[in-house]
Design a protein around this ligand. Structure first.
Ligand code: ADP
Length: 151
């Protein structure tokens, strides 16, 4: 088998893997949670990003490590500051659906300079309401790369 065509097959099989088959468990907090509690969660769950949801459980925003660091520098009372004030809010959150490919997810991560994408299911198209069903991170893509090519 020609090494170049084997390489193309590997690349094509990696690119065509579906987000739904690789997504990790999302760590979600209510948007009313304090920045203090979000910092505790990010350590306890060992993740880089938390997703904030509203009272109906729908995606409201994304909170990254740097968002929390920035908030911690300027504020003395992190227990009183809700994450809704510091998060990146809908409709500015970049999402991915389970039927998109890992290539599409990887492009969104790179083009938007972000570390993670919430995997969502649309519950109301008109009002752009989404339920969070997973997460795709740079680690997810690296794991798929290693699993598929380490034979
Ligand atoms: P960090 O800020 O810890 O380096 P990121 O690079 O993922 O982590 O986040 C950079 C900024 O982009 C943060 O302000 C964060 O809120 C925002 N962000 C992270 N993920 C997303 C996303 N999926 N959609 C929109 N914004 C995001």
């Amino acid at each position: 088998i020609n090494p170049q065509s084997a390489f193309k097959q590997d690349a094509a099989s990696l690119a065509s893997q579906l987000v739904g088959d690789y997504k990790a468990h999302p760590i979600v907090v209510p948007k009313s949670a304090s920045v203090y509690d979000a910092i505790v969660q990010i350590f306890l769950e060992d993740v880089g990003t938390l997703y904030a949801v509203d009272k109906n459980g729908q995606l409201a925003g994304v909170i990254s490590r740097k968002d929390l660091l920035r908030a911690a520098i300027g504020n003395s009372n992190l227990e009183e500051l809700p994450v809704s004030v510091i998060m990146t809010r809908m409709p500015n959150v970049i999402t991915v659906s389970p039927d998109e490919t890992l290539l599409e997810a990887g492009k969104k991560l790179i083009q938007n300079h972000i570390d993670s994408l919430p995997v969502v299911r649309e519950v109301d198209q008109e009002n752009q309401l989404y339920e969070v069903i997973g997460r795709i991170t740079k680690t997810t893509i690296t794991r798929a790369y290693v699993e598929l090519l380490d034979y």
